[in-house]
Design a protein around this ligand. Structure first.
Ligand SMILES: Nc1ncnc2c1ncn2[C@@H]1O[C@H](COP(=O)(O)OP(=O)(O)OP(=O)(O)O)[C@@H](O)[C@H]1O
Ligand SMILES: [Mg+2]
Length: 495
């Protein structure tokens, strides 16, 4: 089907002839002699073209057209008129008709004019679509959102059954679907194979098969194919040159979005690396003077004690505490900057979690937070670096506590995923949650939304989990809470 047409004429014979001709062009036709029925249909369904007879009662073709354009402003309307009423046809054009046809139809005039109207309509719609994508690209949208929109638009423009954007992994691993729409599940093997071909050839390719045609266009970034835009068409004939070009235009839009995202992340990580080095240097330089300060404050405290100056002694203790806090921060920063290695020993993860909860017991009590612990009995003893892992869990737990007002609840669970051979630890809070944009940045070193945060908690947690060969995933809903899931791969040990 290339589109849907609405035909209105009170002459039965004309109605039949026109319907037959349009159907043989591949159009789906709704035909009626009653203008009010036509308006009803326009309100309910989507049409790409309308043909109205000029002379009808009680409503003539021009009146009908004016109401129809009120319902679908972009609808191309062709007015059919008998010889001798050309002035009326001209008037129809002035009031918004796309074209007029004189009855009786001569040769293939009807066909030509209908095809022109359809082509014009397609062009107008594709232009609208491209403009919408252009606007989206120039806004600072997320990559996923932009790719989703491109897939959706491509699906509409090509009237495909399904559409997907596949991207190659950064380290050259296999193709991954970033966005997909339409008939589910999409036949992924075929999509992947056609996408890979288009990427290898660096031009659009199509593949015919029993269910139709798969068409793919590569996403080119700096002369490299980084992925492909693929559509599944449910028909037997090969795609036209026009369709290939249209797909290529959408693919190049997607490529621009991918390049923007890559540049942004390169910029961010370059700046972050420089910032990290500088911070590590500063932290390192602070270490020695802080050690000195700690020593002086202890000596001071001893002396004041000897003089029985209780007030002074208290002050000296406060200085020592503040210095301790500073040293801790410095240690965090320097150990973060240094690539660490892990020293595994046999450990029950439950114990680590309990120790962390113990460390923050006072904060939990102060905020009247309810803690719900669920540890599966069968979680095995695992080989982990207890100290490092504790640092990771502690940061996650503290984030959870900090996200909640008084009276929230903190869920801490550990489960053994036997099939996968993984221990799954979940730390869930009922706090303020995060939006997608925030969630994307939480693992960046020094990214924080807190007045006194250093923004290292999540980065540290991630690097520790990475060192254990694990994964960390964050799910969050604004106003509902956040759930952080850590998966640690383990080989089960006996006993
Ligand atoms: N459970 C959570 N709920 C809501 N937001 C969170 C949660 N965990 C992390 N975040 C967001 O991620 C940001 C980064 O967290 P991260 O732990 O790395 O740094 P921080 O907590 O701000 O500072 P610190 O270095 O003291 O941990 C936080 O500022 C916060 O906006
Ligand atoms: Mg934190």
């Amino acid at each position: 089907m290339i589109g849907r047409a609405l035909v209105v004429d009170d002459d039965r014979h004309i109605l039949e002839v026109v319907t037959f001709r349009l159907q043989s062009l591949g159009l789906e036709v709704t035909a009626t002699g009653d203008p009010s029925k036509a308006l009803q249909a326009l309100r309910k369904e989507r049409f790409d073209l309308a043909l109205f007879d000029l002379r009808m009662t009680p409503m003539d073709g021009i009146e009908l057209m004016v109401e129809a354009l009120d319902i679908i402003p972009t609808l191309p309307v062709l007015i059919m008129t008998a010889h001798g009423t050309i002035e009326n046809a001209v008037q129809a054009m002035q009031r918004g008709a796309f074209d007029y046809i004189v009855k009786p139809f001569r040769g293939d005039e009807l066909t030509t004019r209908v095809q022109r109207a359809l082509a014009d309509r397609r062009l107008a719609r594709n232009l609208e679509r491209l403009q919408a994508i252009g606007r989206l690209l120039s806004s600072t949208g997320r990559l996923e959102t932009i790719l989703e929109a491109i897939v959706q638009t491509t699906l509409e423009a090509t009237e495909a059954e399904g559409c997907a954007i596949l991207l190659a992994g950064e380290k050259g691993e296999g193709l991954r679907a970033m966005a997909s729409h339409g008939a589910t599940p999409l036949p992924s093997e075929r999509l992947h194979a056609t996408a890979a071909q288009a990427m290898a050839k660096k031009e659009s390719v199509s593949q015919e098969h029993e269910a139709g045609v798969t068409l793919a266009a590569p996403l080119m970034v700096e002369q490299e194919a980084v992925g492909a835009l693929v559509v599944e068409l449910s028909r037997r004939y090969p795609p036209s040159q026009e369709e290939r070009e249209l797909l290529q235009v959408f693919a190049s839009h997607a490529a621009v979005a991918v390049r923007n995202a890559q540049e942004l992340s390169r910029l961010r990580s370059g700046a972050l690396a420089a910032l990290g080095r500088m911070t590590a240097q500063v932290a390192h330089d602070l270490k020695n003077p802080l050690g000195g300060l700690k020593l002086y404050s202890l000596t001071l405290e001893k002396r004041l004690k000897a003089r029985r100056d209780a007030k002074g002694q208290e002050l000296a203790q406060k200085i020592a505490m503040a210095v301790d806090h500073l040293s801790d921060t410095v240690t965090e920063i320097t150990t973060f900057a240094r690539p660490r290695e892990i020293h595994p020993s046999a450990m029950k993860v439950h114990l680590l979690l309990d120790e962390c909860l113990q460390l923050v017991a006072d904060r939990i009590e102060m905020k009247q937070i309810e803690v719900a612990r669920h540890y599966d009995e069968d979680v095995p003893v695992a080989l982990v670096d207890a100290r490092e892992l504790k640092r990771a869990f502690l940061n996650l737990i503290i984030n959870g506590i900090e996200a909640m007002e008084e009276g929230g609840s903190l869920g801490v669970t550990a489960r053994w995923e036997k099939e996968a051979g993984e221990i799954e630890i979940t730390i869930a809070d009922t706090g303020k949650g995060m939006g997608a944009a925030l969630r994307e940045r939480i693992f960046e070193p020094f990214f924080t939304t807190k007045e006194n945060g250093t923004g290292l908690g999540m980065a540290i947690a991630k690097s520790v989990i990475d060192l254990h060969g694990g994964r960390i995933e964050v799910e969050s809903q604004i106003g509902r809470g956040t759930s952080v899931r850590v998966r640690l791969p383990m080989k089960e040990r006996n006993g």
